[in-house]
Ligand binder design. Structure first.
Ligand code: ADP
Length: 202
């Protein structure tokens, strides 16, 4: 199973992505986690991206492409699947995700979208900030990440809908219900060969 996860901050991408990946026995590749690991380890990539993360801005495309290409190449080396969580987030990234996956003969079967309510995700993220202390979980930065999601990420859903691989699920019920809805929808979905898409304007 090869899944791209597209959802706003606070929608439960991390939780659901890990559960779906475990269910199908594939790696969960979460771009935010990969980036935060680099920051925590103080690598040169981590130092280069830290400010972007702290401000809630997108990390530059070139950096993301290298990171995603390496992760997907490792994940698919033995013919395996993946749950790629947090990429793509822009039209240019959607096209890059397709090109990278196509070069590995591992294009996505499904683009999974979790639908949410803005006020609820702000509430969730503020509650999480008391526990996890992520530098980008302050209210102004949360609002900025949400605005960015609506402006540049949401429009790419249409591209996946048009290609017939979009699965859009209500992300508002409690986590176990969301997981079982997604798992049953994915289990009964016949993996279809991904049609060569019309290029997406960046
Ligand atoms: P959230 O979806 O709650 O913002 P993530 O952990 O997925 O959380 O991402 C955290 C941060 O990592 C983003 O705000 C951004 O700075 C960076 N990031 C993650 N994925 C990408 C991406 N595909 N493109 C650019 N930046 C990214």
């Amino acid at each position: 199973m090869r899944v791209l996860m597209i959802a706003p901050p606070g929608a439960g991408k991390g939780t659901q992505g890990a559960r779906i990946a475990a269910h199908f026995g594939v790696p969960h590749l979460a771009t935010g986690d990969l980036l935060r690991r680099h920051v925590a380890l103080g690598t040169s990539l981590g130092r280069a991206v830290q400010e972007h993360l702290d401000r809630g801005d997108l990390v530059p495309d070139g950096v993301m492409q290298d990171l995603v290409r390496r992760s997907l190449a490792d994940a698919t080396a033995d013919g395996g699947g993946y749950v790629l969580d947090g990429y793509p987030r822009t039209p240019a990234q959607a096209w890059a995700a397709y090109r990278i996956a196509a070069s590995l003969d591992a294009t996505a079967h499904v683009a999974l979208h979790l639908r949410t309510d803005d006020d609820e995700v702000v509430r969730r993220l503020l509650a999480r900030s008391a526990i996890e202390h992520r530098t980008d979980d302050t209210e102004p930065v949360i609002r900025r990440r949400l605005a960015l999601y609506h402006r540049v990420t949401e429009p790419i859903l249409q591209w996946y809908r048009y290609r017939g691989i979009l699965l859009s699920v209500d992300g508002m019920p409690e986590p176990d219900r969301v997981t079982s809805t997604v798992v049953s929808a994915l289990r009964y979905r016949r993996p279809c060969p991904d049609p060569v898409p019309v290029p997406l304007a960046a």
